[in-house]
Ligand binder design. Structure first.
Ligand code: HEC
Length: 244
């Protein structure tokens, strides 16, 4: 009985595996009616999302001809590291030369490289690479604290929920994405300035002290967030996952 059962399940597994790989290798792609000379980003690069979740905005790419005019009917395919999902994974460019896809990031924190590719008339592959950032648990906590306490001064743009205070500050703080500045500050110094305020690093007292408001765990989470979003990436930003 056991032998019979396992033989059946082995058979089922083989059939499932066969049908899966079949689908993967020979997925039917839409047939292009036109070919472009370049694939460019329209929107959707450099977004943040929690690991395993959907990016807030879709990724939109455009195929152009030699003159930079939009091409309708060109085939665009999307690829990334295993675990990254695209809905849809491919498509023909619409009347504005664009293909839109919703992207869900895989389960590991880090940067994900997304490739969009198409082919020109001579079957040469044309590629566009975008990068998206998946935040782990600690970094997501840091992001929430940033939205709550820091963004109003460190981000010069106002949103519906939050009016920016940036323009009122005599000394200008840096956005945390500004890697050229933030990457040069050690974790120890970040902890010091966040805990004790600007004067801890001989900087302006317009940067308040947070040591009474935030716990050590909170401050570590903020630092993890700052390291995760910096551009260029910090040395402790972790790996970039690309298509194998
Ligand atoms: C009331 C406005 C204000 C708030 C809120 C604020 N900061 Fe600042 N921050 C500043 C200013 C101004 C500076 C620049 C000080 C200087 O260069 O002398 C600064 C500097 C910094 C720096 C040094 C790098 C840089 O931008 O120059 C770090 C790191 C920092 N802040 C982290 C934080 C964190 C984390 C929070 C939230 C917990 C926060 N700040 C909230 C105003 C603010």
């Amino acid at each position: 009985m056991i032998r019979y059962g396992s033989a059946v399940s082995a058979f089922v597994l083989t059939v499932l595996a066969a049908s899966c790989s079949h689908k993967g290798e020979s997925a039917i792609l839409p047939k292009p009616t036109a070919f472009g000379a370049a694939v460019v980003e329209s929107s959707g690069g450099k977004q943040l999302a929690q690991t395993g979740s959907l990016l807030p905005q879709p990724v939109v790419v455009q195929v152009n001809d030699e003159q930079g005019a939009a091409v309708t009917g060109a085939l665009v395919e999307f690829a990334a590291a295993p675990g990254v999902g695209f809905d849809p994974p491919d498509g023909l460019t619409d009347s504005s030369g664009q293909v839109t896809t919703n992207v869900s990031l895989a389960g590991m924190a880090g940067r994900y490289q997304i490739t969009a590719f198409t082919f020109d008339k001579s079957h040469k592959r044309l590629e566009l690479k975008l990068e998206e950032i998946a935040l782990g648990y600690q970094e997501t906590l840091g992001r929430r604290l940033n939205d709550q306490y820091c963004d109003r001064c460190h981000n010069s743009e106002s949103t519906v929920e939050r009016v920016s205070n940036y323009d009122n500050l005599e000394v200008k703080p840096h956005p945390f994405t500004e890697g050229d500045t933030l990457n040069k500050i050690s974790n120890t110094d970040l902890t010091a300035i966040i805990t004790n305020g600007g004067p801890a690093l001989q900087k302006s007292a317009l940067m308040p002290a947070w040591g009474n408001t935030l716990s050590k765990t909170d401050i570590q989470a903020l630092i993890a967030y700052i390291r995760a979003v910096s551009d260029p990436p910090s040395r402790s930003a972790g790996p970039t996952y690309a298509r194998r």
